[in-house]
Ligand binder design. Structure first.
Ligand SMILES: [Ca+2]
Length: 546
């Protein structure tokens, strides 16, 4: 069953939901979330009003997170089968929910058959699928294999062998004193540029001694693919096409800026253009969403070939404004500056992929120190802006999560404390626990003032309003620093939205044509006299025209 182009557009401006299957819902009692479990919870996602789900990687892999893919065309046995996947996609489509997959194609697993072949022999047919150098060059450039805790010393080259194969990232992360920063583009660029020079200058002897040194930007167990090799490009295009044939609606493209080394904008974009063309043969309206973790000016060019890129800069601004009772007008100025960059750089119609947090970041509620009012404010900002807002699973119930390790930002969804069936138990949570102030979903659903019901109301208001789905944003000026006020406009209709980023009640002037309150965080926020509203601290009000 396929959705009409109009339905697809509504979904792409509705609300997306990022899911870590492993932590969601377990259908067979092994404590690990799976595709059938997720399918059993589609009622919940439908009720919440979700219009698109993004599945974090679901393919066979060694790690719990599965960003080290061993087989792009299969499902991890813990998660289910291809048939389970087909069922899931069908049921999503029946509920007008799109499905996109995480495509992790910058690198494969060390154990992917391509890499196993490639490392076995320099003359192997798969050798060119990866990026190789010799240790002489590695030494000369001051690059070191992964025998140092200093990742920033460009530990990007690794020697094939047990040390890389059995590398314990978790242990390494705990030991490491300096934060891992993979966005040191300039440093990587300058060093890698050198490696591209003088390819024949090294002695044959050292080449023979050190032939098995490969490039891996994230983890020695995840060797980077070589996109100068056309066969790699063709493989990945075919993989994308295969999943489209199975019914998926698009892809979230992991690490989209790392494909060409050194990070090379023009080559990356031309690759993504080729990828889109190949996929369009199967589904002309395929949705492509890039993860390009960078400043807006540097990610905007990707919108020449992708529909969306995650708006990391806005996410930081939204959280900082909520956390620090920020300046509402400055927030809107920043929003518009980013939107203008996107429009200038893109020839396509852009869907701004906005969000508050994702699986690589500390959870929103932890950042906000369990302040539910602030979490409601952050959600109200997110869900009333143009684009496609993404909710990270559990954000809507205020799940907690932080370092020490990424898995604690991906803890089991807290369904209930009385009904344990389906609850995932693969990880003992450190943060999302009742004893830390978390309220399970079932209790929240029966409380009209709960966080999840706040999300639900706002999502339904968004999805039922063409103005909130498709309308442009027009800031409304105010002299009060902590007020963030804007109108959304579409065709002849408009909606008025005011957020109070501060803790004190503020009086908001409502233009004459707006009278019908569609949404209010607090029932105390009511129109008083002469078109004015007393807006409580950390509250939002949405008003429609008469
Ligand atoms: Ca299971």
């Amino acid at each position: 069953m396929s959705l009409t182009p109009e339905q697809v557009q509504r979904c792409l401006h509705g609300v997306g939901y990022e899911i870590f299957v492993q932590s969601f819902f377990d259908s067979n009692g092994d404590g690990i979330g799976d595709l059938n479990g997720l399918r059993q919870k589609l009622d919940y996602l439908s009720d919440l009003g979700i219009t698109l789900i993004w599945l974090m990687p679901i393919h066979p892999a060694k790690t719990y997170h599965k960003y080290d893919v061993e087989d792009y065309l299969n499902i991890h046995p813990d998660y289910g089968t291809l048939d389970d996947f087909r069922h899931l996609v069908n049921e999503c489509h029946q509920r007008d929910i799109l499905v996109i997959l995480d495509l992790v194609a910058n690198h494969t697993s060390y154990d992917h058959p391509w890499f196993r072949q490639a490392q076995s022999d320099p003359t192997n047919a798969y050798r060119d699928y990866y990026i190789w150098t010799d240790s002489e060059r590695v030494k000369r450039l001051g690059l070191r294999a992964f025998d140092t805790p200093d990742v920033n010393a460009a530990g990007l080259w690794h020697k094939v062998g047990p040390e890389s194969e059995h590398f314990d990232w978790e242990e390494f992360e705990k030991r490491s004193k300096t934060p891992v920063d993979l966005d040191q583009d300039d440093r990587i660029t300058s060093k890698l540029s050198l490696t591209h020079e003088d390819s024949s200058a090294n002695s044959t002897q050292s080449n023979r001694l050190y032939t098995n040194t490969y490039y891996a930007v994230f983890d020695p167990r995840m060797p980077d693919l070589n996109y100068d090799c056309e066969r790699v490009q063709d493989e990945i295009c075919r993989i994308g096409q295969t999943w489209l044939e199975l019914g998926v609606d698009g892809f979230r493209l992991d690490a989209a800026k790392y494909f060409y080394k050194p990070p090379h904008l023009k080559s990356n974009i031309s690759w993504w253009t080729k990828f889109r063309q190949a996929l369009s043969q199967i589904n002309p309206s395929v949705y492509l969403l890039g993860e390009v973790w960078d400043l807006s000016s540097r990610i905007a060019p990707y919108l020449r070939s992708l529909d969306s890129v995650f708006n990391f800069e806005l996410a930081d601004l939204l959280i900082s404004c909520v956390l620090n009772e920020g300046n509402g007008s400055s927030l809107l100025n920043a929003y518009q500056r980013i939107a203008n960059i996107y429009t200038r750089e893109s020839s396509r119609s852009v869907i701004d992929a906005i969000f508050l947090s994702n699986h690589d970041q500390n959870r929103l509620m932890s950042v906000l120190s369990n302040n539910v009012s602030k979490a409601k404010l952050a959600a109200a900002l997110l869900l009333t802006l143009p684009g496609l807002p993404f909710v990270y699973y559990g954000e809507e119930i205020g799940m907690l999560g932080m370092k020490p390790h990424d898995k604690y930002r991906r803890e089991p969804f807290l369904w209930s404390t009385t009904q344990t069936q389906g609850q995932t138990t693969w990880l003992e949570p450190l943060y999302t626990k009742v004893s830390n102030g978390c309220t399970p979903l079932d209790q929240q659903l029966s409380d009209p003032n709960s966080l999840v019901n706040h999300y639900k109301k706002l999502i339904h208001i968004r999805c039922q309003s063409d103005v909130l789905l498709f309308g442009s944003l027009k800031p409304v000026s105010t002299r009060i620093r902590c007020l963030c006020i804007y109108e959304r406009e579409y065709n002849t209709k408009s909606v008025f939205i005011a957020h109070n980023l501060g803790h004190r009640t503020q009086r908001v002037m409502i233009p004459d044509n707006y009278r019908q309150i569609t949404f209010s965080t607090n029932s105390e926020s009511q129109i008083v006299t002469n078109g004015q509203v007393n807006l409580q601290g950390f509250s939002t009000i949405i008003i429609q025209t008469k």
